[in-house]
Design a protein around this ligand. Sequence first.
Ligand SMILES: Cc1ncc(COP(=O)(O)O)c(C=O)c1O
Length: 436
Amino acid sequence: MIEAVKRIFQTTVGKDYELTRPTEKLDDPKSHEYYIAKEFDYGCHGPMALPYVFCKGDGVYLHDVTGKRYLDFMSSFGAVNQGHCHPKIRDVMIDQMNKLTLTCVSGYNDKLGPTYEFMCGKFGFQKVHFANGGVEAVEHAVLLARRWGYEVKKVKDGKARILFPHGAYWGRSIAARAGQDHPEALYHFGPFGLNFSIIPYDDPDALEKELKGDSNIVAYLFEPIQGEGGIRYPQEGYLKRVRELCTKYNVLMIADEIQTGLGRTGKLKCCDWEGVRPDIMTIGKSLSGGFYPISACFADKDIMDLINPGEAMTTYGGNPLAAVIAKRSIEVLYEEGLIDNALELGKHLEKELRTFNHKFIKDIRAGKGLYAGIELDSSIKAFTVATRLAEKGLISHPASTVNVIRIHPPLCITKEQLDEGLRIIRDVFDNLYSVG
Ligand SMILES: Cc1ncc(COP(=O)(O)O)c(C=O)c1O
């Protein structure tokens, strides 16, 4: 079993991912190698990053330690929808840092309540809970679903089951891994016995079959468009169908909008595309514009109030610094028309990408805002393409589970900058000869 998982992992991830510790330029602080070697020597391996070291970001641009500038078409998985180092967000952060940053259980603070009220109004839920990384917000959703299952649906204690789709990604905690089926998430990290089950994505019949067969199911937790699953768009109508089935079988619909939310798809939330309201919704990433880890989980009172005081908390969750940053990050999306920009430029992005015709391109995944993927033929690895793009001054990244190059620039991008990026992508594909 373990060997089989290892083999799948190697096949999926491939040789290109074997980044090695640099051995040259180790004394030159103006080189990428200097910093990468230190991370290799002193850190646990982190994400599969491209081998570039950045020291500055502004708007849609990243700057590396050699002085080279790049268009950032990745925006840190959508955590900088507002653009790098947005001055309006930075300024409220600095102001609040001079006043108060953390109170935790010492008392309440004067910023969180007003921010909660503002966010509930914007997102259309009665209640919200703040956490730090996205994984904690989704874990809160799981807690809520189980509590609701036992206390409202009357599932027998210890029997609650939650469904997740194939290709899901919601972080790297043990619970998050248990809700995924990618070998890289599981290999030698088990056991994962949390009564989570994986079903096919974008397959309402498969969902209904499960729901019909087990009244202990309390929730279906999924992304409206899968991010790490390769910017995978479900068929039109999927969100509506999920809503209908969850209502029919008395199961909570949980939408993880940590990547698709906050304007990325040209609407505040991706579920808005089908006029669907989930029972629980999570957001994160650009809830802080890239300044600070903040995530949130929304639900109405009948669900959120099932958690009692003291049962759900983190030391930093809901601190006043996070509260002012989150509020300003959302205001910036509206003040600067970033959601509308994503909608308009998203149409242009899709139109242009669909004109790309190259033997290595298998499919274009696009259609909603600035959220697109280029699916590649198996004869070339997405990591190879991402590396070539970076050499030409454009940062993107492969999805970790499929052979897809992800394209999601900051939402403040202009048409000229988008066209410049598209020119680079076209140029790289036109010059891709080698297989790798
Ligand atoms: C859809 C989705 N949910 C949850 C997470 C976890 O967020 P974090 O990495 O901030 O814990 C991610 C991270 O990429 C994500 O894409």
